[in-house]
Ligand binder design. Sequence first.
Ligand SMILES: [Mg+2]
Ligand SMILES: [Zn+2]
Length: 257
Amino acid sequence: MAAAQTSSSPPPDRRFLIFFDFDETIVDESSDDVVVQAAPGQKLPGWLKDTYRPGHYNEYMQRVLAYMAEQGVSEGAIRSVIEKIPASPGVMALFQYLRSRAQDFEIVLVSDANMYFIEAWLRKAGARQLFAKIFTNPAAFDGKGQLRLGPFHSHGCPRCPENMCKQAVVREYLARRAAERGRPFQRVFYVGDGANDFCPSLVLGARDTAFPRREYPMHRLIGELRATRPEDLRAAVVPWESGEDVVARLQRLEEER
Ligand SMILES: [Mg+2]
Ligand SMILES: [Zn+2]
């Protein structure tokens, strides 16, 4: 299976780098939950749900997708439920803003969903070209019509699920791009919602901004850290309810120079 990364030549030079999570950040639901709508009766049998073990979500989804293939659920049916997931509030406006400031922003997606769901949704939304790079679990339909997932990478972070630590992804990407560019980005942004978006926010610097979705796990975990070990988080924190909240902040920072 091909590595779940896109593009080969480095993106052009931009001042800013912005990372996006996918589920419940770009889209307003979790794609892994939505895909079940394509299953018979739009739900999974209890015996299958009972096989989930914490920290092994990727393997669980592989069993879910195997079940759906056995039940005769087609690629078209899966694609169609994924394409219909609504964008989160204001996210299309945020994309429009980033499109209008293409000379300033390098845009990267880092998600524990999978390449098939993400590319299907982004292409339908006309937003695939915004992203210089997508880091996610590899996924492709096999000859028997089953969507097969692979693990993204392995890592040693105790905070994160075994197949993906987004902090490792962000750290490696920042190091590689700084080497390619000969200098770091002026500012780095991270827009997310989940518990696994908390880990990468810990590597952001004092000029950077973490955007946790308000009242979601990333926001809660940042709040807990700030109450106990505030020195561990250097980035500014701007909670969002709409993509417009992110636009407002980016606009202000862009004008600063
Ligand atoms: Mg998420
Ligand atoms: Zn981690």
